[in-house]
Design a protein around this ligand. Structure first.
Ligand code: PLP
Length: 434
């Protein structure tokens, strides 16, 4: 239930930051009347998040009142156009870049594909690209498709962090047209040193891309705009599915995320989804507000620490209950919401199914790789072989997940693992996997 008092007044004049104020109004006026009613404990936020009430309200309001095509020429459509550009201004301000660098897309997959296609079309035939071995398939696949054996993969250490030394030695001997390293990994939650990598790229004049789909909404985003290319996806932080954005380098000519009409400054043909874009920006503004998890200030940092406390408590309890489990990325800096563990001897697909019956929604890793049956590139890069990868369980909580919910989830996980083992009684969980 939402507070019904929210309205956006349609003033006849719009200043360049007027939407920012209105979006701020969303975050003040729309307060859920109680905790979201959940029939299951949802621990799959890295796959997708429920629509935030602020996003929902913004989406409804724009769909009701500003459904006109922003490219049409009559006055109401001009209002939609102004709102669209206001959204761009607000997002640019949050990221720390020029508004004209932002292209609204259908999500991170489209954005990442578009970068690979654009670089392939505009670079010389021997050009190489360097991408980390733990990228999401929507980065790995298009770059391999377009660049084939001209892709240089950057290794990670056993904790899942991209090695700066390997980047330094690669850049000492080659000159890729792009270096791409994600900001935070979707499977392990391990945070990548993208700021250091950006510096290395800057020193050598190499274009840098970060897929920030898992970072945005969980950590402060100011400064991401310094990267040449940035991808984001609304449904990872409470926005609607099917909307996201791409930051492109300044003065990029003839970039097309998709061809067609002249929308998005000629960078992406197709009528803009103003309702979804507004919903995405509204929730992002809300998450950056003072004290919210993405706020740059000390209150934001405190909020993130308290969210990580729940995850850490869950992790500690799980290790106590099942001493043989192996948490991944435990010695690296991780997103506050992610717990990826290997549960030896228990088939992850069966465990996830059993947990589903117990009311816990979680996953066997990335939503994209869980249906393919092949071990994810992330685990392979971390030196985990395919037989071990079958034991990976990922719990990813959200902004409202309480420590008690983490404890409940891992206690149910422990019971479910024991039940799965009871079906195959030859093995038991123990410190040595005995
Ligand atoms: N990049 C990362 C790191 C992701 O985790 C995901 C989602 O799983 C994507 C890209 C794809 O995002 P979208 O669903 O917006 O295409």
């Amino acid at each position: 239930m939402l507070n019904a008092s929210l309205t956006i007044a349609l003033e006849p004049h719009y200043g360049p930051r007027s939407l920012s104020e209105r979006l701020f109004k969303y975050s003040l006026a729309v307060q859920p009347q109680g905790p979201l009613k959940r029939t299951v404990l949802y621990f799959d936020y890295n796959a997708t998040s429920p629509l935030h009430p602020i996003a929902r309200q913004a989406w409804l309001e724009i769909s009701d009142k500003h459904w006109q095509n922003p490219s049409s020429l009559f006055p109401e459509a001009a209002v939609a156009r102004v709102l669209l550009e206001d959204n761009r201004d607000v997002l640019a301000d949050l990221l720390g870049c020029e508004p004209q660098r932002i292209v609204f897309t259908s999500g991170a997959t489209e954005a990442n594909n578009a970068i690979a296609a654009f670089l392939f079309q505009t670079s010389h035939r021997d050009a190489t690209v360097a991408i980390s071995a733990i990228e999401h398939p929507c980065v790995l696949d298009p770059f391999h498709h377009f660049f084939g054996n001209r892709v240089r993969e950057l290794p990670v250490n056993v904790s899942g962090t991209v090695c700066l030394e390997s980047i330094e030695s690669l850049l000492a001997t080659s000159n890729p047209v792009l270096l791409s390293v994600m900001a935070a990994n979707n499977e392990t939650g391990v945070i990548q040193p993208w700021e250091n990598i950006l510096d290395l790229c800057r020193q050598r004049g190499i274009s840098f891309h970060t897929d920030a789909a898992q970072w945005i909404g969980k950590l402060p985003i100011q400064g991401l705009g310094a990267c040449d290319w940035v991808t984001g996806s609304a449904h990872k932080f409470g926005g609607p599915k099917g909307v996201g954005f791409l930051v492109i380098p300044e003065n990029t000519r003839s970039f097309h995320s998709q061809r067609g009409g002249p929308q998005e400054n000629r960078s992406r043909g197709g009528t803009e989804d103003l309702a979804s874009i507004t919903a995405m920006v509204a929730v992002l503004v809300h998450l950056q507000n003072q004290g919210a998890p993405c706020a740059q200030d000390e209150t934001g940092a405190r909020h993130r620490r308290s969210l990580a406390f729940g995850r850490d408590a869950g992790e500690a309890r799980l290790c106590e209950l099942l001493p043989g489990v192996i948490p991944l990325g435990q010695h690296s800096e991780r997103l506050w919401n992610t717990l990826a563990v290997l549960v030896p001897q228990v088939e992850n697909i069966r465990l996830v199914a059993q947990l589903g019956r117990e009311g816990i929604a979680c996953s066997t890793g990335s939503a994209c790789s869980s249906s393919s049956g092949t071990p994810s590139a992330v685990l392979t890069a971390m030196g985990i072989d395919s037989s071990q990868a079958r034991h990976l369980i990922r719990l990813s909580g959200g902004w409202e997940t309480a420590p008690s919910e983490w404890i409940e989830a891992v206690e149910k996980l422990s019971i479910a693992a024991t039940q799965c083992l009871a079906v195959a009684p030859r093995v038991a969980l123990g410190p040595q996997g005995s």
